[in-house]
Design a protein around this ligand. Structure first.
Ligand code: GDP
Length: 307
């Protein structure tokens, strides 16, 4: 909770100061206040469509209740946003329980995202959390496009103390994925996390590569990958929306991780992206440290974000 509060501090301070400015000297929520609130939400990176949806809901509430005081506005906003956010129900639960798969096969998470968003760090942090929960983890270095990606993942595997399957740079990513799942199965691992390359500039290649990796995984473990986790850099605001849309076209993303929420006032992207993509945010990154990854809890998030 403290870490979450700290991580969202900038977003919250920025939001609350804007909100305070819009309601100063006003006791009643009227059309003008709602107009201003709309601007505040958009400028907090919640995104236009999601903002309009939220404003509409509050308008309905105001119309129904006749009088809504500005003191109540933040509370109403929190409730509406919490009800809007997708529940984090697929795959790994809050306490890191994995769904059961046939033959006790490991839970397979394929991680996608463009370079620099914090993909490797997120995999390392995740592996650490799973390991701390007593789970057996195997990493797979299928982002073979950059030597640095493989090296970075090796460093994380050593740091966390979990095995990694890698074939170096330029290896066939599908072959690495295949080996990783074979190895995970043979070791009786609970979870396999596979890094992949995210070259958005060539969408057809990306799509083909991800489909091939998926096909191969499904051959080793039917149903795998169970989770396709897209990592997005929260500090890039609207860019993160664009990336989410592009990746959703390339593969079946079913979970999001939003990183670097510390040190940015753009935390509203978490709300907008989840709503626009209709994909739950599962993890949020709130720092560079190994423990700075949290399972997303929508109530905790709105409580920290909106004060
Ligand atoms: P990749 O290229 O997507 O694999 O990105 P990396 O995992 O190498 O991360 C890029 C940079 O972002 C590194 O300096 C990380 O320490 C940093 N980073 C990753 N996640 C977070 C986060 O949640 N908060 C902050 N402040 N930095 C992060």
């Amino acid at each position: 909770k403290k870490k979450l509060d700290e991580g969202l501090e900038k977003s919250k301070t920025s939001f609350l100061s804007k909100l305070t400015r819009t309601v100063v000297g006003k006791s009643k929520v009227d059309a003008e206040v709602l107009d201003d609130l709309e601007e505040v939400l958009i400028s907090s990176d919640v995104g236009v469509n999601t903002t309009l949806k939220i404003i509409e809901r509050i308008e309905e509430r105001v119309a129904k209740d006749k009088y809504v005081s500005t003191d109540e506005l933040n509370g109403i906003l929190k409730a509406e946003i919490a009800s809007l956010l997708k529940e984090n129900t697929t795959g790994v639960t809050d306490n890191f329980e994995f769904p059961k798969h046939p033959d006790n096969a490991p839970h397979v998470i394929m991680v996608v995202g463009v370079n620099g968003v914090g993909k490797t760090t997120t995999i390392g942090k995740l592996a650490n959390q799973f390991k701390n929960q007593g789970k057996k983890v195997v990493l797979g270095a299928a982002d073979t496009f950059r030597a640095a990606a493989v090296d970075q993942l090796i460093i994380w595997s050593e740091r966390v103390g979990v095995p990694i399957v890698q074939q170096g740079m330029n290896a066939d990513p599908a072959s690495v994925a295949y080996d990783t799942l074979q190895s995970a199965k043979a070791q009786g691992a609970d979870v396999a996390i596979i890094d992949t390359a995210g070259r958005l500039h060539n969408k057809v290649n990306l799509m083909n590569e991800l489909s091939k990796i998926k096909r191969v995984m499904d051959k080793v473990i039917p149903g795998a990958p169970h989770e396709i986790l897209l990592v997005l850099d929260g500090s890039t605001g609207q860019n993160a929306y664009e990336q989410a849309k592009q990746f959703a076209l390339a593969t079946d993303i079913n979970a999001l991780a939003v990183t670097k929420l510390d040190g940015t006032a753009k935390g509203g992207v978490v709300i907008g992206i989840s709503d626009q993509m209709q994909i739950p945010v599962k993890y949020i990154g709130v720092g560079e440290g190994i423990d700075d990854l949290q399972v997303f809890n929508k109530q905790a998030f709105v409580d920290s974000f909106f004060g």
